[in-house]
Ligand binder design. Sequence first.
Ligand code: UDP
Ligand code: MN
Length: 774
Amino acid sequence: MMMPIWRHLRSSRRVLGFVFVASVIWLLLDMAVLRMSDGDANSRLMREKVILEQGLARHQDKVTQVGLGEPHVNEEDEKSDRRNSQPVKLSRRRKKEQVQDDASQVKPNAVVQDDASQVKPNAVVQDDASQVKPNAVVQDDASQVKPNAVVKQPVGLSLIAAPKNDSVVLKAEEVLEPVKATPNISLQASNQHQDAKKLPGKKKKQIEELPVQGPRNTSSVKRDKQNGEILDNNIKVVQVRDTHSVKASVHQVLSIDLTAAPRDPKAVGQYGLAGTVPSLMDSVVKKRWNEGQFNVYLSELIPLDRALPDTRPEICTRNMIHDDLPSTSVIFCFVDEVWSTLLRSVHSVLNRSPPHLLKEIILVDDFSKKPYLKDNLDKYMEKFPKVRVIHLKERQGLIRARMAGAAVANGDVLTFLDSHVECNVGWLEPLLERIHTDRTKVPCPVIEVISDQDLSYKLVDNFQRGIFHWPLVFGWNALSDEYVKKNNMTPADPIRCPVMAGGLFSIDKKYFYELGAYDPGLEVWGGENMELSFKVWMCGGQIEIIPCSRVGHIFREQNPYQFPLNRRRTVERNLARVAEVWMDEYKELFYGHGNLHLLEKPLMDIGNLTDQIQQRNKLKCKSFKWYLDNVYPELEAPLVKAAGLVFNRGLRSCLSIQNGVLVFDTCHLSSQSQHFNYTWLKQVRQQDVCLEPSAKQSLLTLQPCGDGSSSNSHKPQRWLHKSSQSKLPEHLMVEMGPKQMCLEAAAKEAVLHLAPCNANNLFQQWQFTNYYSE
Ligand code: UDP
Ligand code: MN
């Protein structure tokens, strides 16, 4: 009995042994395969494939994971995400955020202070109404995300820390291929994303260790020497499917800069330093200058991915940013842009933007003539999947070219940039953050200066805002020290601007269209910054400069492209359209401050404005007076140039209208019949009647005032008085055909007539009671 059992057992042992050996072999093979695939995955291309597949799988699961650069390869998370219909797997990072949220410590858009108990909100988000700052700093209204607010997000995004040894995988598009080299990949530490093990109880220390501002601080960058990939500070953003309320989570602003350790540190212009050209090349420099109205020759010697000094105020590196920012399409419009500057602009965006926020870059070629901007450009950009090139079939001008870009944009936000810029580290998130906080905010970066001569990158002063002078001329204006002090402003606080410079800004795409986009009747260049600024402010939005976002721009003395019409006329015509639609009675100040020909609107033909006026009415936008009172009260905008009694020096009495007739009378300040305005349209006016030479020329009549419109310009009602254009400022001078005649009180009859101008004749000298403007 025992024997058969034993034999049976022996034979089953053999079977068992066989099974065991087979399992071991299987296991070893399996491990080998795993190792191989792991080894392969270390190559960037393979990883990309893995990522793409994973991305696809996740997409199929309707659970998206995007990351810093691209989702990292983290099998654990992948599986759990795919298995789970609730993909939010709280990592240490996420937990830490919760702790912060719960402890009421970190505020959206806040700056983290060393002492957590003293976290000071970015001035813009005020908890305490008593601290609300008037005017210069834009205040968020109550609808905005408040610290620790529970935000309802149908599709929320939460941040998950990647394990420390995961690498961010960069797509081929981040490689600047035409400049052959290994990509310079580096990430300035965003300590909030560092290994969470370090974090509990060490917040203070962590913040003290933050890199200080200055040219590249590579100490904060950890990278894998072998493959150049980032080892630290990885994040992964997981789209949350559930529709329950989730806490707004934030992270410290990302300081992505793939150029931080440049390939060729000694290259010309590297680190934003001034480049020099040997003097024997002077003639070439000069010859090529006209191609772009800057040092085109030098620009070609500078790497397309040069490093720049981080010029942000130090406090900016600690800004807190929401995890679920909208994505953006960056739109560059250009006409005959220089190759090197166009490419440097594009690479600066690719190299210094969080890839998960950069939906695409749209290059709109505004019918350039340069051949290299056609096939060559298309071919070059083929290597960068995020870049799209559109060639317009005819010259549209900057304004309509931007709209062509916007029309095909897929991002949530439109970011318009000039085609000769360099975006600096951390430039994008602070802009998108403002829009995330309030979609009617239109944030602009600080525009720093790239020298047109030596291409050096120059940091600009803080606390500058965009303003305009008459007649709608854009300018910069520094906030006064007292103002900054009084309002307790930090260098990171958004600065509200009456107008934007125009070239560089972000705007929520839907909001842009709700506003009616740009006036498509604006030609070539100019005025569109005024149009959008007035539109935004008067229809409920805000224009801001965000000091933590910095972009360099080559300022040129001349436009390097042709204006199909004359440049000045084009700009004036654009501005006149803006004034007609947006400035109500104040448009007279625009016309009045311009050269005399601005009053010659019949010659200007500013086109049809029906749609623009309708749009303003539809949006129920506020008045220009509201804009002046609330947004730009500093602007001197008296509705008339002078007003009061009109005193004649020779007669020593005042002009008066009695029974519809012009007479002289003893001056009485309280007499309404003696009260006249001298307007910006140069009319001498009482109510609706204006002083006008009669057909008989030497006599004067009262006529209904012209409104200056093209059909009713009423040139004869235009009197020069106290004008810098006149040698006889005390006189009231009118053009009579080719001649100039002056208003004179006839000494004996005390009546008015016109006479040839005479500098010394007191009867030709007039004085209004009040002058409001020179
Ligand atoms: N631009 C354009 N079409 C035009 C005029 C200008 O696409 O008809 C582009 C130009 O190439 C540049 C941007 O619009 O990228 C702004 O023009 P520019 O730099 O001359 O303006 P500025 O910086 O002097 O205000
Ligand atoms: Mn420009």
